[in-house]
Design a protein around this ligand. Structure first.
Ligand SMILES: NC(=O)c1ccc[n+]([C@@H]2O[C@H](COP(=O)([O-])OP(=O)(O)OC[C@H]3O[C@@H](n4cnc5c(N)ncnc54)[C@H](O)[C@@H]3O)[C@@H](O)[C@H]2O)c1
Length: 328
């Protein structure tokens, strides 16, 4: 029997790729850069499965070019690059990788928090630029973490993991804002559900862990930054469009907030002449929060399982649109 044909849009870890190759007739995009949209469209024309990355736009036009497509397995927990209703309408199952990268991403949010609050990246640049002459009593001062108040926007898996690190490791008071109550965070960590204004006003650190959706695009705008403490630090390792990047730049430039740590920008990659990059009080990383060996392997395993289940006509282990029963 011939194997189902799939397109894998980048070389993912062998933990998943080997399984895909075993079960499928897999064409793997070998380049560092993603396949251009038109190329992706042509590649999936005769495929039953697509393993996509967040840099691949899966929209109605792309789906219409792939009449045999049964499953889109996204190698990420976020799936804002996939038009899920369009997939559902065409009977295409969509999978993601929840849980696999929760700890890695929360670790990284915490790393950004330390880096931004305590000038870690700026200090390193200072040394490398040959500016370290002596110990300076008034130089390089940052804000303290222990016992501070953390405001978590989006108390889902990663939000909770970040809150856990802050509460258990650094004795922080946890405030959160979400559309749902998290009894777990409230019971385990003493977290308090508050409205956005209270969170912004009272938090020493504001960290974004919501998914990108209509209600979160531009959530952190000029008005939001103005409400934060002047000593506050802003962290985003969720999705770039949740913050208004111009407003963030102005808030950092004008001292409305103290510092920021970003793993995600809008757009990605950030332009090298972006005003934000002229500021000393922002740390910017290239969307690497899930980049641990363990997390990327687990993501590859789950993505492979989703892809193969979809091709077999089985329910996906991590479905985004479980109402779609994959076609066998
Ligand atoms: N930087 C990275 O590499 C990286 C890695 C993993 C995940 N992420 C991002 O992190 C996001 C969260 O992942 P997760 O696994 O915790 O997802 P999750 O679904 O468990 O949590 C998202 C939470 O955000 C909440 N939310 C949605 N809209 C909101 C709003 N308007 N206001 C407040 N809260 C709102 C949801 O109710 C949910 O509790 C992903 O969607 C992805 O975009 C980024």
């Amino acid at each position: 029997m011939s194997k189902p044909k799939v397109f894998v849009s980048r070389v993912i870890p062998s933990a998943g790729l080997d399984r895909i190759r075993e079960y499928c007739d897999a064409e793997v995009w070998p380049e560092q850069m993603p396949p251009p949209y038109e190329v992706l469209k042509a590649k999936i024309a005769d495929k039953q499965g697509l393993l996509a990355l967040l840099t691949d736009q899966v929209d109605p036009e792309l789906l219409d070019a792939a009449p045999d497509l049964r499953v889109v397995s996204n190698y990420a927990v976020g799936f804002d690059n996939v038009d899920v209703p369009a997939c559902t309408a065409r009977g295409v199952a969509v999978g993601n990788t929840p849980g696999a990268l929760t700890d890695a991403t929360a670790d990284f949010a915490f790393a950004l928090l330390c880096a931004a609050a305590r000038h870690v990246a700026a200090g390193d640049r200072y040394v490398r630029d040959g500016n370290w002459k002596t110990w300076e009593p008034r130089g390089h001062r940052g804000v303290e973490l222990f016992g501070a108040t953390i405001g978590i926007i989006g108390m889902g898996r990663i939000g909770y993991a970040m809150a856990y690190r802050c509460a258990r490791g650094f004795d922080m008071k946890v405030l959160y804002h979400d559309q749902y109550r998290s009894e777990k965070a409230e019971t385990d960590l003493g977290a308090q559900a508050v409205d956005m204004d209270t969170l912004l006003r009272e938090s020493d650190f504001v960290t974004v862990h919501c998914d990108l959706n209509e209600s979160t695009v531009g959530l952190m705008n000029a008005d939001a930054f103005r409400k934060m403490k002047k000593t506050a630090v802003f962290i985003n390792d969720a999705r770039g469009p949740v913050h208004d990047q111009r407003a963030l730049y102005e808030a950092l430039r004008d001292g409305e907030i103290f510092a920021a740590g970003l793993d995600v920008t809008d757009p990605e990659p950030i332009a090298m002449d972006a005003p934000l990059l002229t500021l000393p009080n922002v740390v910017v990383c290239p969307h690497i929060a899930s980049a641990t060996f363990a997390a990327r392997n687990r993501m590859a395993e789950i993505a492979a399982q989703n892809l193969i289940a979809g091709l077999k006509g089985d329910p996906l282990p991590a479905p985004v649109n479980p109402e779609v029963k994959p076609r066998a």
